[in-house]
Design a binder for this molecule. Structure first.
Ligand code: HEM
Length: 415
């Protein structure tokens, strides 16, 4: 029996969350079948939320807000300051419609096609190489895909340099010391690059097609009818291009799943339905986003726990995707579980939960799935490769996680 409210006594656990990584909240919540657990993080009393009920509370806009929740070290690296992730209320909903407007069925079909074309081109190059590291290749491949889809001009000689900066933003935010500084600089360079392009579009120096992210970000007007500040538009354009490149991680994990779990590759190659279940299971099973923060708008009691006004709250994203109360045998990789899944708002939350328009749920879920389907289908149907001896393990203690050697392939052949 646990005492209530369940909480960590004693010192701040900020170092503990870095050490335990994806398991920090699970250890506390799931062991005791709880939806809320109090700990101390960054010098504050913080409530960890888990389970479908915990997620539902986290996405209750009457009780939670995003303003002031995200730590500055993440905003200065991964997300950018004052972007959509930190907005609330009507201005948020207006901005969110801008992002959602990019995800039309035509735009998503185009993304699928562009992704396949780049896999075809890349695999021709890989055939001539002794070995390739899939994760690194995906960063450059998706940099090209993402820019083409978003309408961002990208010269061949620029790809590596820009992709390296994106990798630093995606992987370096959680680091401390020099790597963190590099991540900040990478963000500044990328924001400047995009800001110049936004100005070029506005001044007619760069042609951009309606419906592309670059056009819509450049031309969007806020609730007062004003264009976004050019830097802000650049940050929001980065909020499209950067996470599209980050899909590299799921692709690498998917390649691992096709290798580790017998029969998966053949099933992915053979059925469009299965391809979708497989992509969903990759998003559920493998670790990516660990937690998301919010702050309470007011004082209230929930499940016997007293939240104070302005309290820091974290939802256990990875934990919910592995919660035995939600998923049967959560530690088994089983795409079939999605055959009869009814698409709950608070169960599968690798990219956030709740409502797309009213909550901060990722507007890129559909585009992520298109890229994953295109990539896994291509790998399963058209690519032969051997795996040299390597370390494919990943640690739940390191955030963000990735197979250690990045999935090295040799003797790659297109078929
Ligand atoms: C690698 C796969 C991806 C992961 C793991 C991921 C994850 C997430 C998560 C966890 C959130 C926050 C949800 C919340 O705060 O409640 C989010 C928000 C967001 N994502 Fe993604 N995402 C991915 C891909 C994408 C893609 C491909 C795009 C764009 C094409 C995108 C654009 C965004 C934007 C703009 C937001 C902010 C939404 C808001 O604040 O309302 N993401 N994503």
């Amino acid at each position: 029996m646990s005492y209530f409210p369940a909480k960590d006594k004693g010192p701040d656990r900020s170092l503990g969350i870095l050490k335990d990584g994806y398991n920090f909240a699970r250890k506390r919540l799931q062991k005791q079948h709880l939806d809320v657990y109090e700990t101390k993080l960054l010098g504050e009393r913080a409530a960890l939320l888990g389970g479908e009920k915990g997620a539902e509370l986290f996405y209750d806009n009457d009780k939670m807000k995003r303003g002031g929740a995200m730590p500055a070290f993440i905003l200065k690296t991964l997300f950018g300051e004052n972007g959509i992730q930190t907005m609330d209320g009507n201005p948020f909903e207006h901005r969110k419609r801008l992002f959602l407007s990019l995800m039309t069925p035509e735009a998503l079909d185009r993304l699928f096609q562009i992704t396949v074309e780049h896999w075809e081109r890349a695999s021709e190059v890989w055939e001539k190489k002794r070995k390739v590291v899939l994760y690194n290749e995906m960063l450059t491949l998706l940099m090209k895909v993402s820019c083409e889809w978003a309408g961002v001009p990208l010269k061949d000689k620029e790809v590596k340099k820009r992709a390296d900066d994106f990798a630093l933003m995606i992987d370096g935010f959680g680091s401390i010391g020099p790597k963190h500084l590099q991540s900040r600089k990478a963000r500044q360079r990328s924001e400047q690059w995009f800001e110049n392009l936004i100005l070029d579009v506005r001044e007619g120096k760069l042609e951009a097609q309606e419906g592309t992210a670059i056009f819509e970000m450049a031309m969007h007007r806020d609730l007062n009818g004003k264009h976004l500040d050019a830097r802000m538009a650049a940050i929001e354009l980065l909020n499209i291009v950067r996470p599209t490149v980050a899909v590299s991680k799921f692709i690498t994990f998917g390649a691992l799943a096709m290798e580790e779990f017998p029969g998966e590759k053949e099933k992915v190659a053979g059925s469009e339905d299965y391809l979708y279940y497989f992509a969903q299971e990759v998003r559920r099973f493998y670790p990516f986003v660990p937690y998301l923060p919010a702050r309470t708008k007011k004082e209230f009691a929930w499940q016997g726990y007293n939240f104070s006004e302005g309290q820091l709250v974290l939802i256990d994203v990875y934990g919910n995707n592995h919660d035995p109360r939600i998923w049967e045998e959560p530690e088994t990789f089983n795409p079939e579980r999605f055959r009869n899944w009814n698409g709950g708002l608070f169960d599968l939350i690798p990219q956030g939960g709740g409502d797309y328009e009213k909550n901060h749920r990722c507007p890129g879920e559909w585009s992520t799935l298109e890229i994953l389907k295109a990539s896994f289908q291509y790998m399963a149907q058209h690519l032969e490769y051997k795996l040299p001896k390597q370390d494919l393990s990943y640690s739940l203690n390191k955030m963000p996680a990735l197979p250690k050697d990045g999935f090295i392939m040799k003797s790659v052949k297109k078929k």
